[in-house]
Design a protein around this ligand. Structure first.
Ligand SMILES: NC(=O)c1ccc[n+]([C@@H]2O[C@H](COP(=O)([O-])OP(=O)(O)OC[C@H]3O[C@@H](n4cnc5c(N)ncnc54)[C@H](O)[C@@H]3O)[C@@H](O)[C@H]2O)c1
Length: 250
């Protein structure tokens, strides 16, 4: 097992990409702390599956944009498992509107959940990881962070901000043997993209941009987290890794 005895916090682990990451990690022997703003039905399914696999895991309800809740999430993890080895910053919401209709509420909802949430979680786990002199931090950004996206300037800004945050953290944390990277999915079949994929015109236009001609699945993304968190992937540092079936920059 590649992650035996490791302890991983996965924000937004209640469903979708974060949930797939949690299962991937448990199969490799890690204890997982699934944190999410909501206790979706999938959370309980995940906890049951972890039990069936004989793995360790718990759910901690957390709004990653809320400083006291994030501090409590990390403290609770360290109190329960004695350490934290891996953080996956996967939580985040979308709230689309064209630029001229974008309200401050929509702006801050998306910026807080992705960008402020990643900052707070990274800062708190880094305080522990520095003492351990080892760790892995992964930001789940998006190709929208590099190329922007129509109708979601809040999301494009948040995801672009996460790339700058990742690079800055990579520069600060390398000396503590903490590898820090960003994984950028293209369009993956999850709840977040249901509306986009359900709209025939948008669906066709998007599929035409993907060289492989198909959307990603959570299983196409989660193994990269496992690799980056394992000893084999530890020397990968400060990178932006696009997983999009051939979409960005082609
Ligand atoms: N699905 C895609 O095509 C795609 C593409 C690029 C990037 N991403 C990113 O991948 C990550 C996971 O997305 P997904 O597709 O699995 O979406 P999802 O909506 O299924 O999962 C996101 C999870 O984050 C949680 N969340 C939202 N706001 C939160 C907050 N403030 N605090 C804690 N949890 C919060 C939600 O409850 C949900 O469980 C997101 O950061 C998303 O931006 C997704």
């Amino acid at each position: 097992m590649k992650l035996a005895d490791k302890v991983a916090i996965i924000t937004g682990g209640g469903r979708g990409i974060g949930q797939a990451a949690a299962m991937e990690f448990v199969r490799e022997g890690a204890a997982v702390i699934i944190s999410d703003i909501a206790e979706h039905d999938e959370v309980n399914d995940t906890l049951s599956q972890i039990e069936v696999l004989g793995g360790k895991g718990m759910f901690v309800q957390t709004d990653v944009g809320d400083e006291p809740q994030v501090i409590s999430l990390v403290n609770h993890t360290v109190e329960t498992y004695g350490k934290v080895d891996i953080l996956i910053n996967c939580a985040g919401a979308s709230d689309p509107a064209m630029l001229t209709n974008m309200t401050l509420d929509k702006w801050f909802k998306v910026i807080n959940s992705h960008l402020t949430g990643s900052f707070l979680c990274t800062r708190e786990v880094a305080r522990h990881m520095k003492g351990q002199n080892h760790g892995t931090i992964i930001f789940v950004s998006s190709i929208a962070g590099s190329e922007g996206t129509i109708g979601q300037c809040n999301y494009g800004a948040a995801k672009g901000g996460m790339l700058g945050l990742m690079k800055s953290c990579a520069k600060e944390l390398a000396r503590y043997d903490i590898n820090v990277n960003a994984v950028c999915p293209g369009v993956v079949k999850t709840t977040m993209t249901e509306t986009i994929r359900g709209d025939e015109k948008f669906r066709e236009a998007t599929l035409n941009r993907i060289l492989m001609g198909k959307f990603g699945t959570v299983e196409t993304i989660a193994p990269m987290f496992r690799y980056l968190a394992s000893d084999e992937g530890h020397y990968i540092h400060g990178q932006v890794i696009n997983i999009d079936g051939g979409m960005f920059g082609l």
